[in-house]
Design a protein around this ligand. Structure first.
Ligand code: GLN
Length: 194
């Protein structure tokens, strides 16, 4: 069974642990740098990216985790997790850093207070025929992405909300709260083939 670490410093890590456990993975909370080496894959949950950034640096996890992901560790990030993975942030709080492993610029809280949270169905042929039911909660969007980044999903107006670059998968929305398991399945397939 693949051993998956879910970064468990802040945010909705419990939901990811439940989703991955349901799919048969051996899931452990990731809180300390020395736990990274034993992992076959890592998930970075939703939450508040500026807090997750501070805690991951304070606990000494950020730097070795970034290095492991650059070294090929299969990784999936949702919402704040997508922000943590991105190379650049628009509207980050001053001093906010990221793991810098995904060639994207993300805009935090891109949908504003009028549209704080919403749900919609998005066609994503790479994930299968049925559209993905996507739950957005103070979500980011991908404003720019490099040529090596594959767009998996975009809203009807073209805003990019799901991407993959090699071993790094990211969504602006939360499959782990929507009973949508295809992102976690895709991630586990990446782990098995990686
Ligand atoms: N707005 C949060 C942030 O900037 C992300 C929200 C979420 O993860 N649901 O980190």
């Amino acid at each position: 069974r693949p051993r998956i670490g879910v970064l468990a410093l802040q945010g909705d890590f419990r939901e990811h642990i439940a989703s991955l456990t349901e799919l048969g993975a051996d899931v452990v909370p990731l809180r300390r740098p020395e736990e990274i080496d034993a992992l076959d894959g890592v998930v970075i949950p939703g939450g508040e990216s500026s807090v997750m950034d501070k805690l991951s640096r304070a606990f000494g996890v950020a730097e070795p985790l970034s290095a492991a992901i650059r070294g090929g560790l299969p990784t999936y990030g949702t919402c704040a997790g997508m922000i943590m993975l991105s190379s650049r942030i628009a509207a980050g709080i001053p001093g906010q850093q990221t793991l810098d492993v995904l060639d994207t610029t993300v805009r935090r809280n891109a949908f504003g207070s009028q549209n704080d949270s919403f749900e919609t169905d998005i066609p994503m042929p790479a994930l299968g025929d049925a559209p993905v039911h996507a739950v957005f909660i103070r979500a980011p969007v991908v404003e720019r992405h490099g040529a090596g980044v594959q767009v998996l999903g975009a809203l009807a107006d073209g805003q990019v909300v799901a991407v993959q670059q090699g071993n790094v998968l990211a969504s602006a929305f939360h499959p782990e709260v929507a009973g949508e398991d295809r992102f976690h399945r895709r991630f586990l397939a990446m782990v098995r083939s990686g």
